[in-house]
Design a protein around this ligand. Structure first.
Ligand code: SF4
Length: 290
């Protein structure tokens, strides 16, 4: 829970504030950019919400914040309804979970509702209300984990839903030393026709991405959109295994069709196939210069 006396001095006066526990994960700036912005090495409120929509987005950020660093001087009655609004539909049957976890460095996670078994993509922090809501959507058959950094409370969700975890063995670690469905090597792994899991070593050795219906690409920490560069990009300063391998992986990914990039960290991107292809081409070119 945010503490008012630890409120950052950069916040403007008003009901919403960010306290000093912020880890600068960007989640609030992505969800409510009209309210939160980076100031120094943390977020602060630079505009109080000016209308109902702004207020709801700011409350979504409050619920999603991995460190509970966003506070209210006076409680708002809408908070309960916003809490219960997660997971939030993105498009078709793909949802954004909110409830980011500090254990995943604040990474986003997603939920796919599908006929042959729902999939949790990376793990949100465990919240009973979110688990209940996901249960009402049919529960979880598989938990797909892109890589070892974004596994958060996967163990609790696996137990709650009796779900099978899908995870590349190169990223097994002390927090997750095995998985019900281990992935090995560099071959594409399929769960049914509509789900492809593609190994993309680079950020970590065992990083994989999931392509659903040749439309939604869940990219973990491999790929995200940069509003500054105006094209897709990768995190050069957070590449833990091999930048050269990550470039090779990016070239492999460029051979697939998709319309959505849904990352763990950074911005989502939605575009038609040709525009997406052009953007990933710019990303590869940019990566080669770094
Ligand atoms: S979501 Fe929370 S931790 Fe992340 S930048 Fe905003 S206030 Fe900081």
């Amino acid at each position: 829970m945010a503490i008012f006396t630890n409120r950052r001095k950069e916040n403007v006066e008003g009901n919403f504030y960010v306290d000093s526990t912020c880890i600068d994960c960007e989640t609030c700036m992505i969800l409510a950019p009209e309210v939160f912005k980076e100031d120094g090495d943390a977020s602060s409120v630079y505009n109080q919400p000016s209308d109902e929509q702004n207020k709801i987005r700011a409350l979504q950020a409050l619920v999603a914040c991995p460190t509970h660093s966003i506070g209210l001087v006076e409680n708002l009655p809408e908070t309960k309804q916003v809490r219960e609004s997660f997971p939030i539909l993105i498009e078709d049957s793909v949802y954004y979970n909110g409830y980011h976890s500090e254990k995943s460095f604040g990474a986003a996670s997603y939920f796919i509702k599908r006929e042959n078994g729902n999939i949790l993509v990376d793990s949100p922090r465990y919240a009973a209300g979110l688990a209940e809501k996901i249960k009402s959507l049919g529960g979880v058959k598989y938990i797909f984990l892109t890589h070892k950094d974004d596994i958060a409370d996967q163990d609790k969700y696996a137990e709650y839903f009796g779900a099978k975890r899908i995870f590349h063995e190169e990223d097994f670690n002390r927090h997750l030393p095995s998985a019900e469905i281990p992935i090995q090597g560099q071959e594409i792994f399929r769960i049914d026709e509509d789900v492809k899991i593609i190994p993309v070593p680079g950020h970590t050795k065992g990083h994989t991405v999931l392509l659903y219906r040749d439309k939604f690409l869940f990219t973990g920490d491999h790929l995200a959109y940069s509003p500054v560069k105006q094209h897709l990009h990768a995190f050069r300063n957070a590449c833990w295994y091999s930048w050269e391998k990550q470039i090779e992986s990016m070239k492999r990914l460029a051979e697939f069709n998709f319309e959505w990039v849904l990352p763990g960290h950074g911005r989502r991107y939605n575009a038609d196939y040709p525009t997406m292809r052009e953007s990933i081409g710019k990303c590869i070119e940019w990566m080669g210069k770094k």
